[in-house]
Design a protein around this ligand. Sequence first.
Ligand SMILES: *[C@@H]1O[C@H](CO)[C@@H](O)[C@H](O)[C@H]1NC(C)=O
Length: 415
Amino acid sequence: MLFLGFFLCVSPIFTRALDNGLALTPPMGWLSWERFTCNIDCDNDPKNCISEQLYMDMADRLVADGYKELGYEYVNIDDCWMERKRDSSNRLVPDHKRFPNGIKALADYVHSKGLKLGIYQDVGTNTCAGYPGSQGFYDIDASTFAEWEIDMLKVDGCYADPKDMDDMYPKYSIAVNKTSRPILFSCEWPLYQQQTGIKPNYKEIAKYCNIWRNDHDIDDSWSNVLDVIDYYAANQDELAAVAGPGHWNDPDMILAGNFGLSYEEAKAQLMLWSIFASPLLMSNDLRNIEKQFSDLLKNKEIIAVNQDPLGKMGKRIKKINNVEIWVRPISPVVGSKYSFAVVAFNRNTLGGPQNVSVQLSSIGLDSASCYIIYDSATPEKKTKLCPKDNIVIKVNPSGATMTIAKLNKNFFFKH
Ligand SMILES: *[C@@H]1O[C@H](CO)[C@@H](O)[C@H](O)[C@H]1NC(C)=O
């Protein structure tokens, strides 16, 4: 027994994160909830109701409009896709009218486009909108999703006691693992716990979830986005410690292209979500999006920072005249030194663009071999700066800029 106990303590199974080979970088794609919520009125609003047509339309746009080639690959169903009752063998049934061909046919369509399909359930007795939840049916639902060839499963936490989630989410995750289909597992476990005053155990959560929502649902307003950013800043040491390849914090959907955020605000959200190493799941209408927003969502430099293979989450490290400086270590690494993405986020709402001047060494950019520096909006304009130099950043109110500072692996050979 003593020997066994020792073995269990050192066994990597008990210290590792969820090992399904998925989400080595934060997942990217599209999720219906924020924009289309629980619109089930296909009679009066056929283009915008939760139906197989909506997800096929978005899959089409992801491919035809160039999102897919940049990494946006998940097409994710959220709540309200089901019939109100399970069938006679307790299996979930998609709404007959809105998903007449069933979920497997939709998965086949999405897969034929080179994309992946996500779906939604709940650890409790009901989904948040009142449809049948998975409690008591984790194994049967997991095998149903595997048969349908689902690629990602978002598991909500309505109609469940947050105290029981330390038991429920692992059970569901293990049920999914047992199907032997790799399915990206998305949790809301810490969100419900922290809302009821329970301190989430992130080490444990990372063993069972690929991504997890920490804070409240996002809606289409700047004040809501600011709340999320402040939550991340206030908890950044704890959250950064648990983020990494295979397991990520999830501050919820990207809003660019909707109604509530200006272009500057949408840009700030996308840049900060990239500093956070967060999933980029857009919730917008890709059939109907202004070019400046689609161009923003397709900015290769911002996406590359989000998808940086090191998977280190960045932090807010300085404030200058109400402009926050957020810094994320990225590749390439040379010796013991990182490259960095620096986001200047202007919290001022009065006046015009601000100029901030930041000495590189004051924000941790201290490599004696210096940095190649460029702005995410103008990657062709590169300069070389050393730790004693200052970068001068011009940033609009309620807006952000992203500066990328890369070490050059070949620096010593070039000179
Ligand atoms: C199931 O879990 C084991 C152990 O962590 C892992 O090696 C395997 O890849 C997982 N399988 C799936 C399909 O997620």
